[in-house]
Design a protein around this ligand. Structure first.
Ligand SMILES: Nc1nc2c(c(=O)[nH]1)N(C=O)[C@@H](CNc1ccc(C(=O)N[C@@H](CCC(=O)O)C(=O)O)cc1)CN2
Ligand SMILES: Nc1nc2c(ncn2[C@@H]2O[C@H](COP(=O)(O)OP(=O)(O)OP(=O)(O)O)[C@@H](O)[C@H]2O)c(=O)[nH]1
Ligand SMILES: [Mg+2]
Length: 456
């Protein structure tokens, strides 16, 4: 393994909270000798040196001439306990940017190095406190765009993904071991050797594929769902868009073709982050700018996870819209379109059970529409299984590499040599080992941890 460019021997320090004014700021330090380094610049060195793990010590951080820089509380963690598994001290100080600046300068002066992004978590990983799936979960917790995404990342932090993958790996290792036994057999005795049992691999393959499929489901919670509001000009799209956002965001007028380019804004529906698109109304436009706007809106609709297709209730659907309605409520398109009848306050009749009647003027029907949207979206992202969800493309790719190797083994039994089968089995095991970080190169570790926040 190439050496990490991170030097994990030296004591490091970094601000763990954002720069700026705040009630309290946290500066994190970690590494062997960090207690001694801090004792040199703390008002009560003996109290600090004698502090128990997980205890707090009050005092002042001092400058080179012994004058106080800041009034602080220090949280002490002795190895191998605490987040990093190393000797570590947290400094709780006033959230004053100037004070933090002076404090950090002093720490670097007494011998701390500036931590690289993610270096504390990297150390936790290298010291065996967490595996790579848990380390990735730490970053995902911070980046979670919705409470559901946060809950899933918390689940991975507790080791759910690690345990699933580790259990699958053990089953492949058993098969590999039984094949490797044959590799050691002398040629003439090979016929008497016990045949390895490959049957468990089909089940493992199935589980690996199922785990990989959760990546797509998790995508909605991670990246959010795209919901496009579409329909003919003047159907009431921009009015509904504004109603969702509770603000006057998109221009509304009774002039056909008011919205010329699509507009997007974020909101949340049933814990799922949703990027809502107001699009240009459909009609045979003459103006080239409007034609272009309609073309772009068409692309948005094609890429959307869900389309709210609006039909003006006072005019009802056109023949084209009737056939769209018929197509999209057929089995294939089910779930991607919701048909909405607008202007329900004007007392129009709903012409189909599947249609939701809404009024942008009174807000009537919005609740029902949101419930229906939540149902459609969560059908695409079922989280009822209780299984861990794969959140990173890296993890998904490795699961797919594992699947391909297992498939090659299952198809090759009987025709390929034991040697070849063992190689593929080993590749399947290694792919899973890379997910948990057992067999991961320095380059990969660096690319993962360098994306973390400073001080994490
Ligand atoms: N102040 C503070 N809050 C924080 C963190 C931190 O590092 N510091 N964390 C970091 O991101 C998260 C918590 N992670 C942590 C994980 C393990 C331990 C710890 O001390 N573990 C002990 C087990 C507990 C015990 O026995 O008391 C250990 O490993 O021995 C602490 C924090 C969120 N909040
Ligand atoms: N009474 C009533 N009027 C509505 C309702 N929704 C929209 N309108 C009116 O219908 C007209 C068109 O609304 P818009 O939201 O601009 O329609 P649009 O679909 O965005 O139109 P384009 O941008 O031209 O495609 C406006 O005058 C709105 O005030 C509704 O639920 N009830
Ligand atoms: Mg509009």
């Amino acid at each position: 393994m190439k050496d990490l460019s991170y030097d994990t021997d030296r004591p490091i320090a970094a601000l763990a909270t954002p720069w700026g004014r705040s009630a309290i700021a946290v500066v994190r330090t970690s590494g062997e000798g960090c207690l001694d380094l801090l004792a040199r610049t703390f008002s009560r060195p003996a109290a600090l040196s004698g502090a128990k793990s997980h205890s707090l010590t009050y005092g002042h951080m001092l400058d080179a001439s012994g004058l106080p820089i800041e009034q602080v509380v220090l949280g002490v963690f002795h190895a191998p306990r605490g987040y990093t598994g190393e000797e570590s001290v947290e400094i709780y100080t006033h959230g004053s940017p100037s004070g933090i600046q002076r404090l950090l300068s002093r720490l670097y002066e007494v011998g701390f190095s500036e931590a690289a992004p993610g270096e504390f978590t990297l150390r936790a990983f290298l010291n065996g406190k967490i595996d790579l799936t848990e380390a990735e979960a730490v970053a995902e917790i911070i980046d979670a765009k919705s409470s559901a995404a946060h809950a899933m990342a918390m689940d991975r932090l507790s080791g759910s993904l690690f345990r699933s993958i580790d259990a699958l790996k053990k089953r492949i290792v058993e098969v590999l071991a039984s094949v490797e036994v044959l590799l050691d057999y002398p040629e003439e005795e090979l016929l008497d050797a016990p045949e390895p049992d490959f049957a468990p691999l089909s089940e493992v393959l199935h589980s690996v594929e199922a785990l990989s499929a959760t990546f797509q489901e998790g995508r909605l919670y991670r990246e959010g769902a795209k919901v496009a509001i579409a329909g003919r000009t003047n159907a009431g799209k921009s009015s509904l868009f504004n109603l969702f956002l509770k603000e006057d965001r998109s221009i509304v007028s009774d002039i056909h073709g008011t919205t010329r380019d699509y507009i997007e804004a974020w909101t949340t529906i049933a814990g799922i982050p949703v990027c809502l698109y107001d699009t240009a109304g459909l009609r045979d436009a003459g103006h080239p700018v409007e034609v272009e706007g309609i073309r772009r809106s068409g692309k948005v609709v094609d890429a959307a996870d869900l389309v709210l297709y609006l039909i003006d209730g006072t005019t009802g659907p056109s023949p084209d819209e009737f056939s769209l309605l018929a197509d999209q409520t057929s089995a294939e398109g089910q779930g991607r379109y919701i048909f909405v009848m607008t202007r329900s306050d004007l007392g129009c009749q709903v012409w189909d059970d599947g249609v939701v009647a809404v009024s942008a003027v009174t807000g009537q029907g919005l609740d029902r529409l949101q419930k229906k949207m939540a149902k459609c979206l969560s059908a695409k992202a079922p989280l009822t299984s209780g299984e861990p969800v794969v959140d990173s493309l890296r993890q998904k790719r490795l699961l797919d590499r594992c699947s391909s190797a297992l498939q090659a083994v299952l198809e090759g039994v009987g025709s390929r040599s034991w040697d070849e089968l063992a190689m593929d089995l080993k590749d399947a095991v290694d792919a899973l080992g890379e997910i948990t970080g057992e067999v991961t190169s320095a380059d990969i570790l660096e690319s993962i941890f360098s994306g973390f926040c400073l001080g994490k």
